[in-house]
Write a protein that binds this ligand. Sequence first.
Ligand code: AKG
Length: 269
Amino acid sequence: MTERQKYLFDLQGFVVVEDVLTRDECDLAIEKIKTRMKPMEKTPDGYDSNGTWHAASGLLETGEPFIKLIDHPRLLEVLQEIINPMLRLEGAYSFVRFKGCPPFEMHGGHRGGRVNFRYEVHNGQIYTGLTVISFNLQDVGEEDGGFACIPGSHKSDFSVPAADRKELFAVGGPLVRTIPAPRGAAVIFTETLAHGAATWQRDDAPRYGLFYKYNDRSAIYHDQGHRRPGQAAFDLMTDAQKCFFNTAWQAFGPGNRHTNDVPDFGGSS
Ligand SMILES: O=C(O)CCC(=O)C(=O)O
């Protein structure tokens, strides 16, 4: 992680890493998402999607470019610095959202949520928990909608007062910014940050969002059931990549192993 990235991540709660995916890889990812996306009846906030929200899962089973993103070196150098050298990948999925879709309402926005929702810095070392990478498979301008957040809110010690939430957390309100980034970029943000997604404004194409959620290898936030990759995906991974799907433990795990850097799933152990 460069000094610049560390400064920006600490200041804002997110950092943009450009040129992670090539144009061809973005096109390939979109083509594969199209084959797997299914309409969602409700948005994550419970609104009728009216065909404007789709979800795609099982992406790792389709191979590249999804597999290489599990441990992309330019992303790991950030994630390992802000979470822990040993990481878990809790989920990899896509939301496809069309023009006029209901927003993904703002969530997160104060630290103190223990292991998953934390943000601290001691002696120059950042400590955060659940962290998301949002890959831009298209160029996204500020006016297009998409990923939105309140920069700096990951350091807030207070929750937004209930009476002020509607106004202060409104997408398009006084505090919330949409974050532009070019095609191929990765927006890395801590879930402790107040964040969500603004209504997609473009009619030339839906927003093909691609999200990878990382945590400390000794912590789990999401139920892993349907998020666990299938054997077809493990067959495509290196041993180092399989370790991102080990269950959460730090010491005395399977076979009395003291470390969690040997694959448990789909590997030889
Ligand atoms: O759709 C987005 O860009 C935001 C994703 C999000 O809010 C999340 O992953 O928690």
